[in-house]
Design a protein. Sequence first.
Length: 387
Amino acid sequence: TQGQVITCKAAVAWEANKPLVIQDVQVAPPQAGEVRVKILFAALCHTDAYTLSGKDPEGLFPCILGHEAAGIVESVGEGVTEVQPGDHVIPCYQAECRECKFCKSGKTNLCGKVRSATGVGVMLNDRGSRFSIDGKPIYHFMGTSTFSQYTVVHDVSVAKIHPQAPLEKVCLLGCGVPTGNLSLCFITGTLGLGAVWNTAKVESGSIVAIFGLGTVGLAVAEGAKTAGASRIIGVDIDNKKFDIAKNFGVTEFVNPKDHDKPIQQVIVDLTDGGVDYSFECIGNVSIMRAALECCHKGWGTSVIVGVAASGQEISTRPFQLVTGRVWKGTAFGGFKSRSQVPWLVEKYMNKEIKVDEYITHNMTLEEINEGFDLLHEGGCLRCVLSL
Ligand code: NAD
Ligand code: AHE
Ligand code: ZN
């Protein structure tokens, strides 16, 4: 297949809010600096549902969604040295080129090399797509497009992982689990990488509130527990999440529907003035405000993880910040993708982090629309598709 166009099945999003269509697509060979990957397993993340909803300003149609997956390199383009056919890999929507000013800053895991292309659904080389159907181009998504049996990614957007790692599980390390497991690198210390940037340094004894107990929120709970948090308060409107959440370290549950008071007040009252750290893992701007305002005066830090729709804005009284609360955000949990995803895979293989526990459903690519329904209905953490 090397050097040739591959025809394979993919789930195509033709327009916003319409079911995906499973059909044949043509996948062109990788150009210079690109890698063609046979995707074996792909999970659904809330962000895929968000873009499919039509509210993502970077969501272009028709496209192939998907960004949490694992597979095997089929072929590589000119100049690609770090992976070769047969390597087991996880595509990384947050690239790591190690050369741009972001990568060199030591202050962030964001990378600037291919972002201008991945944000508009094309590859950097010729600013074109490698996907087509009968000659009509189909946009890429997040530089990954993993709801396809074959995809093409930039070489800076692919992490080579341990060949024995179970791909049907470690696909989750492409997004949700690392995103939430923010405090992990802090707790475990050096990563052999030099400067490690962390979003929130949850210290032992901290009180933590987590808004939204999906995969991302539960991974925050796991990280907070490992960091030694004394109380982990989980907030969700889906009661089904509470039983599951106990296994991830959540110690107390609050359903905003059970209270008349604003949720920030409920949490302030529960915690003698507020929490040390809060995390918004939903993508709802009024909850982002609540998450900031339930933080303790003087030091409480709130981290935005959820992705809110285009046109949405956050607000609070500036006095909240004047009096010492801190508002921040994170992408992919601050992890440097190509360097740290392989390390996370090994942590999983050594049973130091959970992955299996987030998989509540297994389906085939053909069933992808049912997977999206599950995500909306609740009760579902990760649904893993086999391709
Ligand atoms: P999910 O849908 O599995 O979980 C969201 C949870 O929030 C659900 O349990 C739901 O019941 C709960 N919820 C919804 N509305 C609520 C409300 N008003 N009050 C309390 N709880 C509420 O989603 P996920 O895959 O875990 O992703 C969570 C968020 O994180 C999404 O916005 C996603 O786009 C975003 N995300 C961000 C990054 C990043 O790098 N920043 C990475 C992955 C996902
Ligand atoms: N296109 C969206 C941006 C969405 C967003 O913030 N994405 C997160 C990852 S979500 C994964 O599930 C992210 O990494 N952001 C940093 C980046 O470089 O995109 C919008 O709303 O515009
Ligand atoms: Zn995601």
